[in-house]
Design a protein around this ligand. Sequence first.
Ligand SMILES: Cc1ncc(COP(=O)(O)O)c(C=O)c1O
Length: 401
Amino acid sequence: MHDESLHLESRCVHGGQRPDPSTGAVMPPIYTSSTFVQESPGVHKGFEYSRSHNVTRFAFERCIANLESSTLTEEDDRTAGGFAFASGLAAIATCLELVDSGATILCMDDVYGGTNRLLQRVRARSQGLKIVLADLSNPEELAKAAAQHRPAMIWAETPTNPTLKIVDLGEVARIGAGVGALTVVDNTFASPILQRPLESGIDIVMHSVTKYIGGHSDVVGGCLVTRRADLAQKLRFMQNAIGSVMGPFDAYLTLRGAKTLGLRMARHCESAMTIASWLTKHPAVERVVYPGLPSHPHHALASRQMRLNGSPAYGGMITISLCGGIVKTRRFLERVQIFALAESLGGVESLIEHPAIMTHASVPDAERKALGITDSLVRLSIGIESAQDLVNDLDQALSGQ
Ligand SMILES: Cc1ncc(COP(=O)(O)O)c(C=O)c1O
């Protein structure tokens, strides 16, 4: 079904999907076979070996290609420009193979800690990459760094993890094209429901599908999507050559999760707005960072760029700074009952975490301080429980400080 004209909620359910041709099964079966029989050497039904071709993985890849508005067809690329990997980091690692050794990568200064670690502590050594960090949410800094360093790739994330800065997707695409850089956006925090970077001219979009797309904290996976046929060809080769593919069970679970992505995102956004507004009034909270609050420095850009059915929607992530230091912050995190103190985000259940000790521990101290990832900083992933219950939980945990 070619269904770009459908609304995103419908594309979550139907995008790139069709009944299984052999049985009519509405959901694709989990094809576990590692290999496929051939009638004669090289004569087969289009499936040779499961690293290269897997029906269940292909179904999810076509789904995410559709959700991210790839305009490729299945004639251009087997799954219309969608590629699934064993984790978000496996997707990032494969994407980095698009540049040659010694290349310069211009990267957003505030990115997921694991992205920072892969770039600075692995690929700087093994691939000789030169990593330039800059605040890409500042268009002048982005333009200056691009002109000065002539990067082969610009890596952006928006909203960023964990300080929720907003990067202008159109500016990244424009400036990247101007210096001949490939542009890649990690769209994990917004999900394709709120923003589709390819529509703004970005070359490749990346997700940790472990988060909103899977949505149930029961699968680890990643993906890349492009609408450029030349890049799709290279990524297909890399995905097979490197081999860090998503397995069929995970592809099935992720596809199942994606069906409700539209519904879930609407709820995450609505509850996060309610909770962020409530937190701004709490005396134990020094600062609330949420793109939906007028106090957010990039609120106007977020309102233009992040939209759900034509209206602004700002996602389910909130970052707060508590009054007091690590002792009070630790006590608060130990007292929550509905929120689970755990890494990750984007699931149906609300999660809370301490970036400096947990998700961003791998970011060097000095960089963490410069970014404002302090001992009092707490990141919340708002789930789909009752917003009132979540407010009550935060209230009781804050009052015990
Ligand atoms: C924004 C972002 N990108 C990438 C990743 C890495 O994904 P994974 O944990 O699936 O490897 C994460 C994980 O937390 C993330 O939050």
